[in-house]
Design a protein around this ligand. Structure first.
Ligand code: KIV
Length: 271
């Protein structure tokens, strides 16, 4: 008899069952092996290799500059650290909009070169053709509506989306369209809680919210934000579970002091 515990992997079907049972879905971003390993061991359901890597890993102001090669590097590192969670990878800006063949080619590269289980892309009716083509290759697709950071130059601001009736109605119809097209889940970012509740009730696929209130089927946050590594970003929806920025700085200052004072290394720390 094997002594190894069999780990039940999270799949898109598991997420569907969770919605049916009313069990909330937990999702966080990760961009590297070590962090992915920690949050997988902690029991997170879904890990998103978000294009927020462009901000938190590469230091760019927006998500636009990150490339497909960059995303593949991050995603392959994450996948090596994960046993249980479903790993979803963002298609970066410019690799799927307006050209469904390119969308499929980008998605195939992600699946082949990283070992991830699904891709995510931003937008509604404008990207349906791309979603349809990606699905023909059997690649699961997660949608993303509401605040879509890849369109920041169109909107000009990161304020709450879909507050006006017209935009709210388009969002509800886009969510239904994404479901009909075959997306297995949708991220709703920074929209009114009541609207997110309406969308969550009007589709059968799981809805994961970020800044979208408590009624969605699950929640997602950027790992570096919830751990308090990033300091500048403080939207109302963000709950910080730690102040790692300070903790890391304190630890590094202690190390510097130990080196300068000749306290490190001591007798036990040498050969
Ligand atoms: O890139 C990202 O981190 C995301 C989340 C904010 C959902 O898309």
């Amino acid at each position: 008899m094997s002594v190894n515990k069999v780990i039940k992997k999270v799949t898109t079907h598991v997420l569907n069952e969770m919605k049916l049972k009313g069990e909330k879905i937990s999702m966080l971003t990760a961009y590297d092996y070590s962090m992915a390993r920690i949050i997988d061991e902690a029991g997170i359901d879904v890990i998103l290799v978000g294009d927020s890597a462009s901000n938190v890993m590469a230091g760019y102001e927006t998500t636009l500059p990150i490339t497909l090669d960059n995303m593949i590097y991050h995603a392959a590192s994450v996948v090596r650290g994960v046993d249980r969670a479903l790993v979803v990878v963002d298609l970066p800006f410019g690799t799927y909009q307006g050209n469904s063949k390119e969308a499929l080619a980008s998605s195939i590269r992600i699946m082949k070169e990283t070992g991830a289980s699904a891709v995510k892309l931003e937008g509604g009716s404008e990207v349906v053709e791309s979603i349809e083509r990606i699905l023909t290759a059997g690649i699961p697709v997660m949608g993303h509506l509401g605040l879509t950071p890849q369109s920041i130059y169109k909107f000009g601001t990161y304020v709450v989306r879909a507050q006006q009736e017209e935009e709210a109605r388009k969002l509800v119809s886009d969510a239904k369209l994404l479901e009909e097209t075959g997306c297995f889940a949708i991220v709703l970012e920074k929209i009114p809680a009541k609207l997110a509740e309406e969308v969550t009730k009007s589709v059968k696929i799981p809805i994961i919210g970020i800044g979208a209130g408590p009624h969605t089927d699950g929640q997602v946050l950027v790992l570096h934000d919830m751990l308090g590594i990033t300091k500048e970003f403080s939207p109302r929806f963000l709950r910080r579970y730690h102040n790692l920025n300070e903790e890391i700085k304190n630890a590094v200052q202690c190390y510097i002091a130990d080196v300068k004072n000749r306290d490190f290394p001591n007798e036990k720390e040498q050969y």
